[in-house]
Design a protein. Structure first.
Length: 146
């Protein structure tokens, strides 16, 4: 791969992320930056190999949070209508679970290994990907909130 192609790919990724930011909801706060978004998708991809350490979908994530499970909750920022999951950040805060938003529900679904989109995902810790998971949790807790 030539240096010119690498630069073009980098520019496309930046433009792609910036384009997706145009479609996020008003409640998408704290929003993961580009670097954290990639790290979160990497963590989700590793967790998708171990299905028991991943919760996908609004009903399932909410059910397991209320049962006392802990993990990292990732919301898609471009879900419409917002009312479908607007109560979930409060549920996460009450349970003291870190959460953040990523710009695209399609990208979140692709990180799961699915062709469909995903609006909410909860990743639980496992020894196989604990280092990536811990970095993600630490970075999410440092995100500024409005």
């Amino acid at each position: 791969m030539t240096k010119k192609n690498e630069v073009e790919e980098t520019i496309e990724e930046v433009d792609d992320y910036d384009q997706k930011l145009k479609f996020i909801n008003k409640i998408a706060n704290p929003l993961a930056n580009k670097k954290l978004t990639k790290r979160l998708f990497k963590c989700v991809k590793k967790a998708s190999a171990h299905k028991t350490f991943l919760r996908q979908g609004l009903k399932e994530v909410q059910k397991h949070i209320r049962r006392g499970e802990k993990g990292l909750v990732i919301f898609a920022g471009d879900v419409s209508p917002v009312d479908t999951y607007s109560h979930m950040p409060i549920v996460c805060e009450e349970a003291k679970i870190p959460y953040c938003y990523v710009p695209s529900k399609l990208d979140l679904g692709h990180a799961l290994g699915s062709k469909k989109s995903a609006c909410v995902v909860m990743v639980k810790s496992k020894a196989d990907y604990k280092d990536v998971y811990d970095k993600c949790v630490e970075s999410v807790r440092e995100l500024p909130t409005l």
